[in-house]
Design a protein. Structure first.
Length: 256
């Protein structure tokens, strides 16, 4: 089913509700939660998912598994989504925090097929078999480290959220310390206590995540320059170290 609200159909006695949605460019889906677990797959574009716990970047042809009841907001950058909303009792293995995952060819085709199913499908027939197999395939997906943690509250959280919205390579620890009205040493200590990494390392990871939307329309060389790297090779090395795959792989996916 396409472009319907899951809340209007949540009462249906189906373990899985398949819903596809087409969003306008740069659409912000305001903070909300679902009673069901959600598979949020991006058939096009890039999704930026944020919860109290962190921020996840979901490139084209990947999905994010969202636990039931977790409040989240999503910025949709030229996105068409294929979602499965799943009864929690049907997926006791579901992750307890948002998780970005690879979507292989079989799962992709199952999601594509589910996109066209009626919401009141026959759970015992072919349609039900498609969705049961999709859930089995979801147990085999590989997680991707396309996330950055957020402090739980206070000035550090405000600084991080502002940086995610505008990841400027020229921002320094001194800038953040002045904004938080603390010394650089105190900033560093509080940041490490909250997230286990220093603020400079956090900003580097945030910028690398910000490169994923940019890779939709720009070359690796252009993105590397915009992020302040001395060369495409230096950017590629940092990106691969952080995320386990070179940026060219995500650019190919964006152009597919």
């Amino acid at each position: 089913m396409r472009n319907v609200r899951v809340e209007e159909h949540d009462h249906l006695s189906r373990d899985v509700l398949p819903i596809g949605t087409e969003y306008p460019p740069d659409f912000l889906l305001a903070r909300h939660a679902h009673r069901r677990a959600q598979v949020l797959y991006g058939a096009s574009g890039v999704m930026l998912v944020e919860t109290d716990e962190g921020s996840w970047t979901v490139p084209t042809d990947r999905a994010v598994l969202i636990p039931p009841g977790v409040e989240h907001k999503v910025r949709m950058l030229d996105v068409t989504t294929w979602s499965l909303y799943v009864e929690p009792d049907a997926v006791p293995w579901w992750p307890t925090s948002c998780t970005v995952v690879e979507v292989g060819p079989l799962l992709r085709e199952l999601l594509r097929a589910a996109f066209d199913l009626p919401l009141e499908y026959d759970p015992h027939g072919r349609d039900g078999a498609v969705l049961r197999l999709a859930l089995q395939e979801l147990q085999r997906v590989a997680p991707l480290p396309l996330t950055v943690a957020l402090p739980t509250a206070g000035a550090l959280r405000d600084l991080c959220r502002a940086y995610l919205a505008d990841p400027d390579v020229h921002v320094t620890n001194a800038d953040w310390a002045r904004s938080a009205a603390v010394s650089e040493r105190t900033l560093d200590r509080r940041f490490r206590a909250a997230l286990g990494v220093g603020p400079a390392a956090w900003r580097t990871r945030a910028r690398l995540l910000a490169s994923l939307p940019a890779l939709r329309d720009a070359t690796v060389t252009e993105v590397a320059s915009g992020l302040g790297y001395a060369s495409p090779a230096a950017f590629t090395a940092a990106f691969t170290k952080a995320f386990g795959s070179p940026p060219s792989r995500f650019r190919r996916a964006a152009q597919a």
